[in-house]
Design a binder for this molecule. Structure first.
Ligand SMILES: [Ca+2]
Length: 392
């Protein structure tokens, strides 16, 4: 990194006081943070978006045609919003279909078809009961409403436990659908799913849904790394993930970034590459997990960044910033910790991570989102959506 960019970034590295209880109720903003760093005044703040409207457990926010947004809640409702927070209708109501039992169960991710609205499809990934499983379904949208009756089940995964379901649904620049699935839960990956290519648990899967039908809900892309390999599921794109809760494609270079939630000691950021093994449960982050010492590190792709449970408990990652408002953060992957409220950035081109600020309001940062311009939003439990702005 050039010295100039580095200094600009230091000037953005801000303090822990970026929050304040007033943000819970403020209609617009903010509780700005200022601090001296690198000789410069800090200039980063969190602003309540959508008119300060509060949400219970939002899991996904995305852009929708007409200057609107969709916001998915863990309970199963996908709402349409205008930027001032006013209602623009219900895009999808899955509350009757969604199992909202365990803390990590519910409606976990929503994505629109990359050709939306020409291809008027919405994809949702959610928990369901009897048997306990996660489901990726497609719904058809007409007049800004997805009819639950138009459901086409794309993929189902049995879930032996309530936790570690993943998962984010994302379309890559190749128009393929990528889904992150957790290791099946409990603790320590008791069935060894992480390193087992014969199951979809603990994987990033890549499928082609462009010709989806009831008879054939998806096709396996021919260039998937394990297609044709005996004993391997051909849908697997990458493996050895424990619980890839959030992930995002860098809109500039198309690389896929994931925050993989750690077990007892380390959280990690990974860049997901075709066929790569991210280590779980032989490793947790950059440390041996099974066995605790002297584990087999061969063939494992190491994380791009890690932090320990001294600094948090569960990674929420994140997006590569490609907006205009925060020039010093362009090309940095942003991520947060669900428990401690710390927000970090690591340069996508390689380099050391830096803590940007700490939200000590006890809000839980559950997800990140981008708008059309690439500006970044943080979704928190029991509060307003927060937009990252240049401050003060
Ligand atoms: Ca790993």
């Amino acid at each position: 990194m050039s010295r100039l960019v580095w200094l600009a970034f230091l000037a953005l590295a801000v303090c822990a006081a970026c929050t304040g209880s007033e943000q819970r109720t403020a209609a617009t903003s903010t509780g700005a943070a200022t601090a001296s760093a690198g000789g410069g005044r800090a200039s980063l703040r969190l602003e309540s978006a959508f008119g300060g409207r509060q949400f219970d457990r939002p899991t996904e926010l995305g852009v929708y045609p007409g200057g609107r947004f969709f916001l998915a809640d863990q309970a199963g409702l996908v709402s349409l919003l205008r930027s001032d927070g006013s209602d623009a209708g219900v895009l999808l109501d899955l509350r009757r279909d969604v199992l909202r039992g365990g803390n990590e169960e519910g409606l976990l991710s929503v994505a629109l078809d990359p050709a939306f609205p020409a291809r008027p499809y919405l994809y949702a990934y959610y928990s369901a009961a009897n048997p306990r499983r996660t489901v990726l379904s497609r719904f058809e949208v007409a007049n800004d409403r997805a009819d639950a009756g138009s459901k086409l089940v794309i993929l189902e995964q049995q879930q032996p436990f309530s936790n570690h379901n993943g998962g984010a649904v994302r379309f890559g620049p190749d128009n393929m659908l990528y889904l992150g699935i957790g290791d099946g839960g409990s603790e320590g990956d008791p069935s060894g799913n992480g390193q087992n290519l014969g199951v979809l648990l603990a994987k990033i899967v890549r499928i082609d849904v462009r010709n989806a039908s009831a008879a054939r809900p998806y096709e396996v892309p021919r260039d998937n790394p394990f297609a044709g390999q005996a004993g391997a599921r051909p849908e697997v794109w990458a493996y050895g993930l424990r619980n890839p809760w959030r992930m995002a494609f860098d809109r500039t270079d198309g690389r896929l970034w994931v925050g993989d939630v750690g077990a007892s000691s380390v959280e990690e950021v990974d860049v997901v590459q075709r066929g790569s093994n991210y280590g779980w449960n032989r490793m947790e982050g950059d440390r041996c997990y099974s066995p605790r010492t002297g584990c087999d590190r061969s063939g494992i792709t190491m994380p791009v960044a890690t932090y320990t449970h001294d600094e948090g408990c569960s990674i929420t990652g994140g997006v590569v910033y490609r907006g205009r408002e925060l020039p010093a953060l362009v090309g940095w992957f942003l991520y947060a910790d669900f428990c401690s409220g710390r927000v970090w950035a690591v340069p996508a081109a390689g380099g050391e991570q830096r803590e940007l600020f700490r939200d000590d309001s006890e809000r839980r940062i559950a997800s990140f989102a981008e708008d059309e311009a690439g500006e970044v939003y943080l979704l928190v439990h029991g509060g307003a959506v927060l937009r990252l702005r240049a401050g003060p």
